[in-house]
Design a protein around this ligand. Structure first.
Ligand SMILES: Cc1cc2nc3c(=O)[nH]c(=O)nc-3n(C[C@H](O)[C@H](O)[C@H](O)COP(=O)(O)OP(=O)(O)OC[C@H]3O[C@@H](n4cnc5c(N)ncnc54)[C@H](O)[C@@H]3O)c2cc1C
Length: 395
């Protein structure tokens, strides 16, 4: 008898893996997520969800919940680092919501992650399961874990981030490119500013560095800052690595008073080496594929990395919906084909670091609806040329 409901193993319970699990679970597909962490920590960071990402959340039934506490900024403002002169002001708020069919929201990353975890029954996510290897064969994949355990699935999805083990085993070892820059980040109560008024959402553009500052909830009682500043000697990517506040403040000496006040009120800062990759030619082989940062990590300059991972997850789940085990390879290849050009373009655009610095066409990013996009193979210029070329950003 032919089995109709395949089993899907996802490695990694980040934003991409969780959305994939939720979308597959909703489609009635037998899915299990294997996550290396022993528990979910509340990472101190904000996250921006463009209208394209909010459409993903809407399809999972999470939009109203997220809207109830997230901040909807009236605009994405770009200002000159010292004078504060406005370079560009991209209208968000109701204007963007009407144009793109969903709002632009900002929230605490921990709140988003928690909401995504709530979408699947607890038994779908296995913590403390670090994947070390896998063996594909004609009928599926055997997964091996650090704890000595192994399991079988009909297909494997590597949603295991920038240093993906699945990617390494699938495509061979290589390292992401260090940008030579670091993202300092901090989240703290707005009360620490003692009533000093700040912008809702501004990117302050310096000569060789920038800083983005915004509120993470609709009470506007929490501020988030994230930088990109040259520091080639720092190579650690870790949500928990601490940075030095003195170094951070020195790096932004001479910036506008508002930036100085926000940095002065900060009591604790984290630090992350910004990495990226050139677009891959392909990321699916047989019954194994990748999604999110595992296949297309990008600099955070468009605030679209998680959004792209979430879109991947929805398209992947739609491609697998109704597929029997024998159709999995073909459906996974279709998923990659639908997603390749878009994610490659986002990688390149992010790399350039010009997004919203001057008049920007954001329609191609924000109009996209992963639940509606046709599931048809797409030609990809990035794949045809092998890779995108581009110079490294100055700021
Ligand atoms: C400073 C900064 C700001 C950003 N801001 C935004 C923003 O505003 N908006 C936006 O859309 N994006 C933003 N991004 C990008 C976004 O954070 C990433 O693109 C997104 O987290 C990628 O999600 P993912 O699920 O692909 O991978 P990850 O979130 O990295 O998740 C991977 C998961 O896999 C697990 N894992 C890894 N290896 C194994 C293994 N061997 N076995 C089992 N589990 C494993 C990890 O523990 C982790 O839980 C930002 C990034 C940075 C650095």
């Amino acid at each position: 008898m032919t089995r109709t409901n395949p089993s899907i193993a996802i490695v990694g319970a980040g934003m991409g893996g969780l959305v994939a699990a939720a979308a597959l679970h909703r489609a009635g597909i037998n899915v299990t997520v294997y996550e290396q962490a022993a528990r979910f920590a509340r990472v101190g960071s904000g996250i921006q969800m463009g209208p394209n990402a909010v459409k993903v959340l809407r399809g999972l039934g999470l939009e109203q919940h997220i809207r109830s506490f997230a901040f909807q900024p009236p605009s994405w403002r770009s200002r000159v680092w010292d004078t504060g002169e406005e370079k560009f002001n991209f209208l968000l708020g109701e204007t963007a919501e009407a144009k793109y069919g969903a709002p632009y929201l900002q929230l605490h990353r921990g709140d988003l992650h928690e909401a995504l975890v709530s979408l699947v029954p607890p038994q779908v996510i296995q913590l403390n399961r670090r994947l070390t290897g896998f063996d594909p064969d004609a009928d599926g994949v055997t997964l091996h874990f650090e704890d000595g355990g192994q399991t079988r699935a009909d297909a494997l999805i590597g949603a295991d981030g920038t240093h993906s083990r699945v990617r390494e085993l699938l495509l061979g070892p290589d390292r992401p490119q260090l940008s030579g820059r670091v993202a300092y980040r901090a989240v703290y109560p707005s009360a620490r500013l003692n009533g000093y008024p700040i912008d809702d959402h501004t990117k302050w553009w310096g000569v060789d560095r920038h800083i983005v500052i915004y509120f993470t909830n609709n009470r506007q009682d929490e501020v988030y800052l994230v930088t990109s500043v040259p520091e080639p000697e720092w190579v650690m990517e870790s949500w928990s690595a601490k940075g030095d506040l003195g170094e951070l403040r020195r790096a932004y000496e001479g910036f506008h008073e508002q930036v100085q006040r926000i940095l002065a009120a900060c009591s604790d800062v984290h630090k992350w080496a910004i990495v990226e990759r050139q677009p891959l030619d392909r990321w699916t082989h047989g019954r194994v594929t990748l999604l999110g940062d595992a296949c297309h990590p990008m600099t955070p300059y468009m605030a679209q990395g998680a959004a792209m991972a979430m879109e991947d997850a929805v398209v992947l789940a739609r491609c697998l919906d109704g597929a029997g085990p024998e159709a999995l390879s073909e459906r996974l290849a279709l998923y990659e084909s639908v997603r390749h050009e878009r994610t490659s373009s986002a990688q390149l655009t992010s790399h350039e670091n010009k997004w919203m610095g001057s008049s920007t066409d954001a329609d191609w990013v924000y109009s996209y609806d992963a639940w509606q996009v046709p599931l048809e193979p797409q030609p990809s210029a990035a794949r045809a040329s092998g890779r995108h070329e581009g110079s490294y950003p100055l700021v």
